[in-house]
Design a protein around this ligand. Structure first.
Ligand code: CA
Ligand code: CA
Length: 79
């Protein structure tokens, strides 16, 4: 089980309108903040890859699941 508390602060930074869901627009803004240029299509694709219930937005739960998997992969990719 992913620990949602661990990712809540990050999630809230990304969820700029505070509706509890990360939209493709917010994903695009996050990538821009990270210095990456994402087209709307790429942002939609990124959201779709993290979205699990098919509502087209990322909930905290979905975000935490994605982040914990990403960290797991990252840790094991090193070396
Ligand atoms: Ca939002
Ligand atoms: Ca969703």
């Amino acid at each position: 089980m992913a620990d949602t508390n661990e990712y809540a602060a990050t999630f809230q930074l990304v969820d700029t309108d505070g509706d509890g869901r990360i939209s493709a627009e917010e994903m695009q803004r996050l990538m821009a903040a990270l210095g990456l240029e994402f087209s709307v299509a790429a942002a939609l694709e990124a959201v779709a890859s993290i979205d699990r219930n098919g509502d087209g937005r990322i909930s905290l739960d979905e975000f935490a699941t994605f982040m914990s998997k990403a960290q797991y992969r990252g840790r094991h990719a090193q070396g």
